[in-house]
Design a binder for this molecule. Structure first.
Ligand code: HEM
Length: 464
């Protein structure tokens, strides 16, 4: 208790000069760092419970600041972005997404690349994707139902969702022209995504042939070739397809071809596993929650009534939206997200030295007991019964997509997709949880349920 009180002092803003972020005892730090890389969730729980949701691990050039305290995070999100770096020494993403990707860029390069991509993500274009998402979900359900015996079967819905998310991304970013090449894209993305979850040792830079790293490099080369071919096609014969983000970038002229390649790989890479993992969590939690699936179905039957879905339909899917929000509160796909301090930075009265890797944690904030009643309970209804004060607090602590000028560029697409897919699945499938135990979370880069989303699945007789 004394230890907890002493450690929690780091959260209190001092009257005078900033305090230094506190560190757990050395032997704990060694264990925590090792565990963080392998099985991060228990370490984050420990930091929340014993270290006031903020602490410093490591020393010298290898310093990690974990920041999960909601008001400290809010301060960090509003700190000018030139005080942080994303193209930092620990960033392993550039090997997969490319050195010109906006996700690993800083300063003017980041601004230019992000702005170019953002013009392709207008609200108007997003709204045009709504019927396409429902249509693709129907196609996935039709294919699934065709394989099911009359009484349904026990199966893992994670790969089904993953494939669906990729198909939506392929249509959204490349339009109809790439629709029939989703399998090829899927194959090229599997290995790089798995590679990013490997240990630091497995990701150590080298050029040895026939290794996993060499294969990831080959896959990237193949992806770049494929995207360049598609850029040429669009320049030679623009289709005017409103879905085609690649066409917008190819004709716009503000990015070079190699920059376009890196942004497209980034968009698919950043959106694919994150959304698929969230979908898996959402299905596990919704299927296990008594009565929720039926309520989702009633709502979906009213809203998705046979007419073409649009932005009004999305807005009317209130329970599905709250279920999505509750899932991302408890199971954010990025349980920690990294940025390096480019200068000494003061957050919540504590000084973080230049060159420290700050890992802010949507996972810790989403379970903070000072913000959330019954923090670990899965309760979509909490979002409809909050007082304005609670809502303001919740707004600070619900950050699965980050905040500020480096927030997730795909946050609107991801939320829209998850909400529509959930509603349509509830409308057309009977799901029964095969276990009431919350799955074990795995993965540091993308947090997903161990074992996927296993459940009993049957077609809803009255519709299919
Ligand atoms: C449930 C799904 C998703 C989650 C939980 C998620 C979460 C995040 C988080 C936490 C960040 C880091 C913010 C920061 O460092 O401050 C991020 C960045 C980013 N996300 Fe997402 N994301 C999701 C889906 C998507 C999708 C669908 C796309 C693409 C369409 C996307 C594209 C990006 C990009 C490009 C960035 C980098 C932004 C920048 O550095 O300026 N994400 N995302």
């Amino acid at each position: 208790m004394a230890e907890r009180a002493e450690e929690s002092q780091a959260r209190v803003a001092p009257v005078g000069s900033p305090q230094v972020l506190r560190s757990p005892p050395l032997r704990d730090q060694v264990r925590m760092i090792r565990q963080l890389l392998r099985e991060p969730v228990p370490v984050l729980d420990e930091i929340a419970q014993r270290h006031g949701s903020m602490c410093l691990l490591g020393a010298g050039p290898l310093r990690l600041a974990i920041v999960g305290e909601p008001s400290a995070m809010r301060e960090m999100f509003t700190t000018p972005i030139d005080q942080f770096r994303w193209g930092h020494k620990f960033n392993v993403l550039s090997f997969v997404v490319g050195a010109e990707s906006l996700i690993v860029s800083d300063g003017d390069d980041h601004h230019r690349r992000r702005s170019a991509v953002q013009t392709a993500f207008t609200r108007k274009r997003l709204n045009q994707w709504i019927p396409m998402i429902v249509d693709r979900t129907d196609a996935a359900i039709d294919a699934l139902v065709a394989t099911l015996p009359p009484g349904g079967a026990a199966l893992d819905l994670y790969p089904v969702g993953r494939r669906l998310v990729l198909e939506v991304a392929a249509r959204a970013f490349f339009g109809e022209r790439m629709a029939e090449r989703v399998d090829e894209l899927s194959d090229l993305f599997q290995l790089p995504q798995a590679y990013l979850e490997g240990t630091a040792l497995q990701q150590f830079p080298h050029r040895i042939p026939r290794t996993r790293r060499a294969k990831v490099r080959d896959n990237r080369r193949e992806l770049v070739r494929l995207i360049n071919e598609q850029i040429e096609l669009r320049r030679a014969a623009p289709s005017g397809d409103p879905f085609d983000v690649l066409e917008v970038l190819a004709l716009d002229g503000s990015l070079s071809d190699s920059e376009i390649c890196d942004q497209v790989i980034t968009l698919i890479g950043a959106g694919y596993d994150t959304t698929a993992a969230t979908l898996a969590w959402m299905l596990c939690r919704a299927a296990a929650e008594p009565g929720l699936w039926d309520r989702l179905r009633v709502e979906a039957d009213t809203v998705l009534d046979g007419s073409v879905a649009d932005e009004r339909s999305l807005a009317a899917l209130d329970l599905a939206t709250r279920t999505m929000r509750e899932t991302t509160r408890l199971h954010p796909a990025g349980i920690v997200a990294p940025r390096e301090t480019a200068t000494d930075v003061t957050i919540a009265g504590t000084r973080i030295r230049k060159g420290t890797l700050v890992m802010w944690s949507a996972y810790i904030a989403g379970r903070d007991p000072s913000i959330w009643d019954r923090p670990t309970a899965f309760d979509p209804d909490r979002w409809s019964s909050m007082s304005p004060e609670r809502r303001a607090l919740a707004d600070t602590a619900w950050v699965p997509f980050g905040r500020g000028s480096r927030n997730c560029l795909g946050f609107a697409l991801a939320q829209m997709e998850l909400t529509l897919i959930l509603a349509r699945l509830a409308q057309r499938l009977d799901l029964t949880a095969t276990s009431q135990t919350v799955p074990t979370p795995v993965g540091l880069v993308v947090n997903r349920p161990k074992g996927g989303a296993p459940m009993r699945v049957a077609s809803r007789a009255s519709i299919s």
